[in-house]
Design a protein around this ligand. Sequence first.
Ligand code: GTP
Ligand code: IMP
Ligand code: MG
Length: 336
Amino acid sequence: MAVTVVVGGQYGDEGKGKVISYLAFADKPSVIARGGGGPNAGHSVEYNGKKYKIRLVPSGFVQKDAQLVIGAGVFVDPDVFLQEVKDFDLGTRCKIDRRATLITQEYKDLDGASENSKKIGTTKTGMGPTASARASRTASFVSNDERLTPYLCDCHEIVNGSKNVLVEGSQGFMISNLYGTYPFCTSKDVSASTVCAEVGLGPTRVDTVVMVIKAYTTRVGNGPFAGEVSEEQAKRTNTQEYGTVTGRPRRTNPNLIWDEIKMAAKVNGANCIALTKIDVKFSECANKREYNQLSERAIEFVKEIEKKTGVPVGLIGTGPDAQDTIDRRAELGIKR
Ligand code: GTP
Ligand code: IMP
Ligand code: MG
């Protein structure tokens, strides 16, 4: 059995969707399991000239042979789920653990209206109130919504009974409820251990933890953010981005924040880094698919990351398409 877990090493939006879709084709997992928050996530996948924006179902759905499953720890908005099933033509291919928590209209309204949510700058998808309800034991399981009946499963049985599993986390280490910039953070821990627990995998099952980092840093929502530059400066360095779920402009630091990345690598137990958007930082690297085609300054940057974190950079993103990826895992001895 080989298990690979993908997590975010910064503030979310590192490009996990693209990395996961690449791994879904390269490693051909039999099961792709989604852990992490819920519909607050926004993953972008570009494949074969098509663009998908995904909030709840696994981003690896583009690989049609894989069984898809949403773990017990994920908060499920049934309307978002059913819309994605329809938009991506999934039929009943994507299952949901019967223990997963149902997001209701009441929780969404609470998240939309509360002063505290405004202060944090939440995605207003109902995450915080759903987490409170689950902790208080007043929340319902997904099985309470009859429309979800055809999709229910036991995720732990599916993942533990498979040969090759890809587990998708969401959000990023610095907005973890446990390790991030509390109280400006999301409602759960989002590190690799928690994501595994959420899909029913124990720590001894995991082979590879891929921590995704972008070649610069962005943050959506409020809270501390070192080295933040103005929107104009971000545009000048081509690093200005806009949110997938909310469309909000993302805050930018054109560099990496080393202390945070080093801590993220440790707590996640990362043994592979996936570096995305190296072509945005170094335009001459666009669409390269071999490591030795990267420029000298780009290779220096990769080496600096490896030296400071102690973790090999096994995957490098050089463009938006899933296939715009340099895969060094074999040469670095990273298990897949
Ligand atoms: P996650 O939430 O971590 O999944 O990231 P995201 O999908 O929210 O990020 P965003 O919405 O900003 O989308 C990233 C966009 O950048 C998508 O269109 C990706 O295809 C694209 N992208 C991902 N990796 C790379 C890369 O290495 N280079 C370039 N140029 N684009 C990339
Ligand atoms: P919530 O998760 O909607 O409660 O939002 C709490 C904080 O986490 C806000 O600052 C959000 O902008 C941020 N956040 C939640 N999910 C994501 C994500 O997937 N990417 C980036 N930021 C996120
Ligand atoms: Mg995102």
